[in-house]
Design a protein around this ligand. Sequence first.
Ligand SMILES: Cc1cc2nc3c(=O)[nH]c(=O)nc-3n(C[C@H](O)[C@H](O)[C@H](O)COP(=O)(O)O)c2cc1C
Length: 169
Amino acid sequence: MHTFQPYPIDMLDFNPFQKIGKEWMLITAGNKEKANTMTASWGGVGVLWGKNVVFAFVRDTRYTKEFIDREESFSLTFLDEKYKSALKYLGAVSGRDEDKIGGARMHLDYYQDKTPYIDEGNLVIVCKKMSATRITDEQFISEGLKEQWYADGNMHTMYVGEIIEVLAR
Ligand SMILES: Cc1cc2nc3c(=O)[nH]c(=O)nc-3n(C[C@H](O)[C@H](O)[C@H](O)COP(=O)(O)O)c2cc1C
């Protein structure tokens, strides 16, 4: 297991377009008995309701969604470039079908013995769930979004999570 240290959020050098959009992240949720993780490249960080927050978008069908919905917290793990193929795998198979964390040769750590994150990461954002909003067809203002992204009705839920700790190693 690696040693992670709390990292002051004011010192964070974090370009979301690069880190989330290009390098991707792992959304991990669950408890010490069972947890799951999935790759994500949509989302953001910002400020809302007086808190530093993350935004994560998770489709209805994702197994990870069940864990996010069940627990009070979740995490975002960012990894070095050498894990890109593992991220592709974790974003292609479901934890419903196989032990994909083991399959990717990754390991779970727990923040305060509770919130799971991926030990192989170099930066972890630990979040307490603030809200969950399912995106629905009638919310779209730009034309074509529904047809382009949701033809099969597999909608995203937008989770807003309060950043309660940033961990770096
Ligand atoms: C690069 C990449 C980015 C992805 N981004 C998202 C995302 O932001 N939201 C989402 O719901 N699924 C996203 N996925 C798909 C999930 O990672 C994928 O469906 C995964 O197998 C779900 O695993 P699970 O069923 O174990 O939760 C992405 C996949 C890849 C490869």
